[in-house]
Design a protein around this ligand. Structure first.
Ligand SMILES: [Fe+2]
Ligand SMILES: [Fe+2]
Length: 549
């Protein structure tokens, strides 16, 4: 009997290669993440993506796009769409990579005021332009719409509320403002593009002349829209086009000037802390910093180093580096009143904590937060700085004095004291900048206690301190991610390595005396320094838990 052949099996693709809607939609987050990376991948990539999609759109909406006489329409449409898409890319990337905008009735009122201002400015400019050119029938009548200083609203929004809110103000203000003109479609697209771009540039500026520059750069970003319109409508080679280009430049400059003029007024009236104010506060000539330098020189130096650490780390993770740096400069302002009780201000003097009860020592140390908040209020440092001062120790325990108090009470047969009595009042850091100040403050103070600070030891110290703060849950209320912590640790290692690199040990040198402990907020001076574990077992375990190694 002939042997029966087994039936041929149809080739079935592996399960993970089969098409299915759930599988496809499951990949959507990765696709969006990739697109986000591309959108933020530099100006060239953004323009390339926007140009390609814009060209496709222009071809799709132009009747008979293959004809030669349709070429201007295709190119004009592509330029318009590309300019819009590029702006949307930037806005989208900004929205995804930054923390959410600040909420509150004051901000909402300001946004509404900016939209109303856009409508008023546009209408006022239109009335002025009509009156100016009354009886004039030459070129340039329509072009004057592009000189309306509508970018003032987005620039102010970006300065006071952040670039995202500035871009929202540009979208709302552009739509409303364009309605003041007889043919609103062209001006509307221009106002949207130039306003969003101006808000984007204004978010990076830290001076009043910088705001004028942002207005001008926003206008330049909108110029392709005007040229695209001219190409589309067939007036590219005419005096109208020249007038439109001049109007774009004038409008950008006027928008910047208006924003720069209004900024100090709005800041003063509504109590905002802008980057311009932060730049002022970052000057070491500020009275509060001068007082810190004279009354608590050790704390002053500590604050400068913490400022450098947080500034570099904030840039790395995309946080507000100026706010973080200025907050770091002022974070220990409250130590001025009782500066000798903090070890960094005691060159070789007596340890004032030796004669104090542990609870009193803890009270003195924790009170520098409250004192700092009060001093910051007196010096009008602004709410963002005051908040960071209040949060820079979170609700951390002062372990040295707590264990000292426990020992004393156990010796008397009494129960342990409440840990809250030996902890900072909090709250825990609420923003990435506050979290950064906490991390840098702890790491800088602990780094002073390292004997023979080799790169490996400093690295171990940084990792251990970050892991500890994370494990305590102090960073639970701020938006720092594990990825951020990894980047922060790397930057701290680099900067601390740079600070300590010149301390070379010479073979002939005598053994150096043991350094005093630097972390005054946790242990009093004169006690044996806590030796950082380096890349030891505890640090390694913390790192593995954090995924930092
Ligand atoms: Fe402090
Ligand atoms: Fe500090």
């Amino acid at each position: 009997m002939p042997q029966q052949e087994p039936p041929k099996l149809k080739a079935v693709p592996p399960r993970d290669q089969r098409f299915s809607w759930p599988r496809l939609t499951g990949q959507l987050p990765q696709v969006l993440e990739r697109l986000k990376d591309l959108a933020g991948g530099g100006r060239g990539t953004q323009w390339l993506l926007a140009g390609l999609v814009g060209l496709l759109l222009a071809v799709a909406i132009t009747p008979h796009p293959w004809r030669l006489d349709s070429l201007p329409q295709v190119l004009g449409g592509a330029a318009l769409a590309a300019a819009l898409l590029r702006v949307l890319f930037v806005a989208w990337y900004q929205g995804l990579s930054r923390a959410g905008g600040r909420a509150g009735a004051r901000n909402l009122a300001l946004c509404l005021a900016l939209v109303v201002m856009a409508a008023g400015v546009s209408r006022g400019w239109e009335v002025f332009a009509v009156a100016l050119l009354e009886g004039w029938s030459g070129p340039g009548l329509g072009a004057l719409a592009f000189a309306a200083p509508l970018s003032a609203g987005p620039i102010l929004g970006a300065l006071l509320l952040g670039p995202q809110m500035g871009m929202l103000a540009a979208l709302a203000g552009g739509l409303v403002g364009a309605l003041a003109w007889p043919q609103p479609a062209g001006p509307m697209i221009y106002f949207l593009v130039s306003g969003v771009a101006a808000a984007h540039y204004a978010g990076r500026e830290h001076s009043l002349p910088g705001l004028i520059k942002a207005g001008f750069r926003g206008a330049l970003a909108g110029l392709p829209v005007v040229l695209g319109l001219a190409l589309w409508q067939g007036w590219l080679i005419s005096t109208d086009a020249l007038c439109a280009v001049l109007a774009v430049g004038l409008g950008g400059a006027l928008g910047g000037v208006l924003a720069a003029g209004l900024a100090p007024l709005v800041e003063m009236l509504l109590g905002y802390t802008t980057h311009i104010r932060l730049m002022e506060l970052s000057s070491l000539d500020q009275p509060a910093l001068q007082e810190l330098m004279l009354q608590a020189p050790g704390t002053y130096h500590h604050s400068l180093v913490v400022g450098s650490l947080v500034e570099a780390a904030a840039k790395e993770i995309g946080a507000d580096s100026l706010l973080a740096k200025v907050a770091a400069l002022y974070h220990d302002l409250g130590k001025i009143k009782k500066s000798p009780y903090f070890v960094e201000n005691q060159a070789s003097g007596p340890n004032r904590h030796e004669k104090l009860a542990p609870s009193m020592s803890a009270l003195i140390l924790t009170s520098h937060v409250k004192e700092g908040v009060e001093m910051a209020r007196r010096h009008r440092l602004g709410k963002p700085i005051i908040d960071i001062i209040a949060q820079h120790h979170g609700t951390r325990l002062i372990p040295f004095f707590y264990s000292k108090a426990c020992e004393a009470r156990r010796a008397l047969g009494q129960p342990d004291p409440e840990p809250e009595d030996f902890s900072y009042p909090g709250p825990r850091p609420q923003t990435r900048e506050a979290g950064l100040v906490m991390l840098a403050d702890t790491v800088e103070a602990a780094s002073r206690s390292v004997d023979n600070p080799t790169p490996a030891r400093l690295q171990g110290l940084v990792q251990q301190q970050i892991s500890k703060i994370f494990a305590e849950g102090q960073l639970d209320d701020c938006e720092l991610t594990l990825k951020d912590l990894h980047k922060i640790a790397k930057i701290f290692n680099t900067i601390l390595g740079g600070i300590f690199h010149q301390r070379v040990e010479y073979p002939q040198a005598e053994e150096k005396p043991r350094k005093r402990h630097g972390d005054s907020d946790k242990q009093p001076p004169g006690k044996p320094a806590h030796r950082p574990p380096g890349p030891g077992a505890q640090g390694q375990a913390g790192l593995r838990r954090l995924g930092l190694r």
